[in-house]
Design a protein around this ligand. Structure first.
Ligand SMILES: Nc1ncnc2c1ncn2[C@@H]1O[C@H](COP(=O)(O)OP(=O)(O)OP(=O)(O)O)[C@@H](O)[C@H]1O
Length: 257
């Protein structure tokens, strides 16, 4: 199976009022199928920039990114959008749902872009909503739902196309503790059951503890890449001990050059 995401020396600078801001200064990492990774780091360290690059929402200033074995730099914007649609699901802090469109149609939307027929779209969207415990809310609109329910709709939308990677930027940031816990329990289950790799950005240690690997970003660089034992680093669980840093470049970095 291909590495889900493989980044080599990714750099991204922004031009701001004549000044160049180096948001990412050379990040290399590999995400394997089925991994659960938390990206943590101080505000402004480059986490969102990295997520946007990993999700092909943005292009790097330099460096290489391979998504499911496909190098993205040579792709047109249209081909990149297709690759993104087929392989990556996104969950954002503020849900990004269409407020006046039913949960079912919100979830089916990625399949519209893919050209899937209506009956199949609806059947798959229903199954995705059932998988996040919202089988009884198909016709509700996001504006009629709680924050936790809206984020579950967003997770269903991210996963309806069966991507290999789910990228989540502060998925619990707008939720209270109970709803945040519920969303994390769903992500734990979906990761275990479907094998989708999850990469999430969080400021919250309890959320990061759900992951089996933690990548610390500081000043646009990976400072530490740590594998945790089975069951993540949640306190009170067996196997949560740190097993030491991992080389974020992985053994095949040269392949992308
Ligand atoms: N569009 C932009 N134009 C100019 N500078 C930007 C832009 N986006 C981000 N930056 C800068 O790049 C750096 C990294 O920003 P980024 O949003 O990736 O950090 P972050 O770790 O996600 O922060 P936070 O935790 O606060 O969301 C910051 O210095 C930020 O000001």
């Amino acid at each position: 199976m291909n590495t889900a995401l493989e980044a080599v020396d990714l750099k991204r600078s922004y031009q701001l009022e004549g000044l160049s801001v180096e948001a990412l200064r050379g990040v290399s990492l590999r995400i394997e199928p089925g991994e659960f990774v938390a990206i943590i780091g101080p505000s402004g360290s480059g986490k969102s920039t990295l997520m946007h690059l990993l999700g092909c929402l943005d292009r790097p200033t330099s460096g290489a990114l391979r998504v499911n074995g496909v190098e993205m730099s040579g792709l047109s914007d249209t081909s990149l959008a297709e690759l993104r649609n087929r392989t990556i699901g996104f969950v954002f802090q503020s849900f990004h749902l269409l407020g006046r469109t039913s949960a079912l149609d919100n979830v089916a939307l990625p399949l519209v872009y893919r050209g899937t027929g209506k009956a199949e779209r609806r059947a798959r969207a229903r199954r995705a909503l059932e998988a996040v415990g919202l089988g009884h809310r198909l016709d509700h609109r996001p504006s009629q739902m709680s924050g936790g329910e809206q984020q579950r709709v967003a997770i269903a939308r991210a996963l309806v196309g069966e991507p290999s990677v789910l990228l989540a930027d502060e998925p619990t940031g707008n939720l209270d503790t109970r709803n945040g816990d519920e969303v994390m329990a769903i992500l734990d289950r979906l990761n275990a059951e479907s094998g989708v790799a999850i990469v999430l950005v969080t400021h919250e240690p309890e959320v990061a503890a759900h992951a089996r690997r933690q990548i610390h970003v500081r000043d646009g660089l990976i400072e530490l890449d740590t594998a945790l034992g089975d069951g993540g680093g949640r306190s009170g669980e067996a196997g949560g001990s740190e097993v030491g840093p991992v080389d974020p470049r992985g053994p095949d970095e040269g392949e992308l050059r």
